[in-house]
Design a protein around this ligand. Structure first.
Ligand code: ADP
Ligand code: MG
Ligand code: MG
Length: 247
């Protein structure tokens, strides 16, 4: 599904941050990327999603066999790549529901499909929101306006379930994960996951991986993947930290 080869990227006019990343993700897999603060984890997720603050200086990103390096972020989204928003923007006057309806129909249109029928949309929204314990009044609130950390997280996972991407990239900040948020993310991922899609979970802490069992754990440090293992690697990192890997 995703095949990253020798990926180098830098900030516009800045230092190189990604220094030769190789990563292959197949359908059905959950990959976790861990690593010290500043390693380049969020940069990697941004570069996969195509955010324009970064410049790819070498290497390739293949998604379903096609090189997507030249694709704009929207095109990548239409192809089925979803990135959770680390710092979501507020959109006053646009409700949670209207935002997701528009995003979903835009995705469908880009893939040659008609708008989802109002009836099907309603039933989708009902099913996904109930699953995440989202109440009706939340759905009609302005997007992200005054949302608490838990509400932002619910909205993000709601968007993921509604858009039903092929590859979901969840970049979990170190601070945003209280018990409530952990439960939302892990329930959401369990519901989302099937043999045809994949998850790339980026996290600073091992705790989330007690809830979501990854097939592969990668350690990213100084812009490179320096170690790959199975879920036992996450436990080892929890116990020993990163220092033993860094020399
Ligand atoms: P992580 O998510 O692993 O903590 P980041 O990808 O956020 O790491 O950051 C990697 C390095 O790149 C850090 O040194 C950070 O300061 C720098 N960096 C990332 N994005 C930017 C940016 N837009 N402008 C300036 N520096 C950046
Ligand atoms: Mg960071
Ligand atoms: Mg980060």
């Amino acid at each position: 599904m995703l095949n990253i080869k020798n990926l180098h990227a830098k900030i516009e006019d800045g230092a190189e941050i990604l220094k030769g990343i190789n990563l292959e993700i197949k359908p059905g897999e959950v990959h976790a990327i861990m690593g010290p603060n500043g390693a380049g984890k969020s940069t990697l997720s941004s570069v996969i999603a195509g955010k324009e603050d970064y410049e790819v200086t070498d290497g390739e990103i293949f998604f379903e066999g096609k090189n997507i390096i030249e694709d704009a972020p929207e095109e990548r989204a239409h192809k089925g790549i979803f990135l959770s928003f680390q710092y979501p923007v507020e959109i006053p006057g646009v409700s949670v529901t209207n935002f997701i309806k528009a995003a979903l129909n835009e995705n469908r249109k880009a893939n040659g499909l008609d708008d989802m029928s109002a009836k099907e949309m309603l039933s989708e929204i009902r099913e996904k929101s109930e699953l995440l314990g989202i109440k009706k009044d939340f759905l009609s609130r302005s997007l992200n306006e005054g949302f608490s950390g838990g509400e932002k997280k619910r909205n993000e996972i709601f968007q993921m379930l509604m858009l039903n991407p092929k590859l979901a990239i969840l970049d979990e900040t170190d601070s945003g994960l209280d018990i409530d948020a952990l439960r939302i993310v892990s329930e959401g991922v369990k519901h989302f996951k099937n043999q045809g899609n994949a998850v790339l979970l980026i996290t600073h802490y091992q705790r989330l991986l007690n809830y979501i069992q990854p097939d592969f754990v990668h350690v990213l440090a100084d812009g490179k993947i320096i170690k790959t293992g199975d879920k036992s690697l996450a436990l080892e990192l929890e116990e020993k930290g990163y220092d033993w890997l860094l020399n």
